[in-house]
Design a protein around this ligand. Structure first.
Ligand code: TXA
Ligand code: MG
Length: 314
């Protein structure tokens, strides 16, 4: 195993992290959604190393992270919907899937051979500075071993990937705590490919039209959206009013529980706490029961992740 070093957000540290990335090494870094496992998107070997470090079973396409809208426009064929959404939500927790542009320079391993690319301009200031220093697209899935809970702190990353990556850029807990909302803009209608940090209602308001729900049967729309994902080791029971004997209770709103996503019933706070609380409860070695979460706004993405955590696995 290699020695994984931890960097902070200082100028000197980010210079070193960027140099590692440009040399084809893997560097996990803080974003506002979850920690990403970064590799230079132009270097096939770096991207292959991402899949190997995560233990991803197949080459699912990855998100290319860039520092600016202008940088995104060099990679993909831009359109009016992209303009509307980028001006409303970038930098931020939203990813756009668009047709690749000629001469994009991104490794085929990033797109898994698809004619489209997922791109995101993250809002986290440290991620921004790092991307700026790299000067090119950085492919980054969530920085967890395949199938495990997504990381919202540097410690989560270290627990899962220490010894398998060159470095971690630690800049504290992630403020959003859920992965980005993914919108497909390569077809006839804007499509919700994955609920996430920007509620679908907000996207629809910016577009002035409804999003088409993604078709789970269509391999082109959302590859890699495996049902059992974000899985704790412990079993997870959803929509529980009260815990059964021996269960740990993950609450929402007022009431007695082992950990509360938000005692105030605030969905923003619940999203930010979700993965961290699951990590903590999972470490206690007992089954987990989860209180009902309202299915609106960010609650849609929270419930999506909880359903995946609760799905049967092999
Ligand atoms: O917030 C996030 O999005 C985080 C941070 C690190 O940016 N990243 C993240 O990446 O969640 P990952 O690899 O865990 O999820 C990327 C998702 C996958 O479900 C993949 O199938 C989908 O994006 N995806 C990537 N490229 C695609 C494409 N060309 N068409 C459709 N879906 C795509
Ligand atoms: Mg992931």
């Amino acid at each position: 195993p290699e020695r994984t070093v931890t960097f902070g957000p200082s100028e000197a540290d980010l210079d070193q992290a960027a140099a590692l990335l440009r040399a084809g090494r893997l560097v996990a870094f803080a974003t506002e959604t979850v920690y990403g496992l970064g590799g230079d998107a132009r270097l096939g070997e770096a991207v292959a190393a991402i899949y190997a470090a995560k233990g991803r079973p197949s080459f699912n396409p990855l998100i290319a992270h860039v520092a600016s809208v202008a940088a995104a426009q060099q990679l993909v064929q831009w359109n009016d919907w992209a303009d509307m959404l980028a001006s409303a939500f970038w930098p931020g927790p939203m990813t756009l899937v668009l047709p690749l542009r000629l001469g994009h320079g991104v490794s085929e391993l990033v797109t898994a051979g698809l004619p489209t690319l997922a791109v995101r301009v993250p809002a986290h200031p440290t991620a921004q500075r790092l991307l700026d220093k790299v000067g090119g697209p950085v492919a980054a899935p969530s920085a967890n071993p395949s199938g495990k809970i997504s990381p919202t702190t540097a410690q989560h990353v270290a627990d899962g990937l220490s010894g398998r990556i060159a470095a971690i850029v630690d800049d504290g807990p992630c403020s959003v705590g859920l992965e980005s909302t993914i919108i497909g803009l390569a077809g006839d209608n804007p499509m919700l490919l994955r609920p996430g940090g920007v509620p679908a209602e907000a996207i629809e308001a910016a577009l002035g039209r409804k999003l088409v729900a993604h078709d789970a049967g269509d391999p082109l729309t959302a590859p890699g959206q495996l049902l059992s994902h974000y899985a704790p080791t412990a079993s997870v029971r959803l929509n529980a009013q009260t815990p059964r004997p021996g269960e740990l209770f993950l609450g929402f709103g007022p009431g007695i529980c082992d950990l509360n996503l938000s005692a105030a019933g605030d969905l923003l706070e619940a999203a930010a706490n979700l993965f961290g609380h699951l990590h903590r409860l999972d470490g206690m070695g007992k089954p987990i029961a989860v209180a009902p979460i309202p299915d609106r706004g960010l609650g849609v993405a929270i419930n999506d992740r909880l359903r995946r955590a609760a799905a049967p696995r092999d």
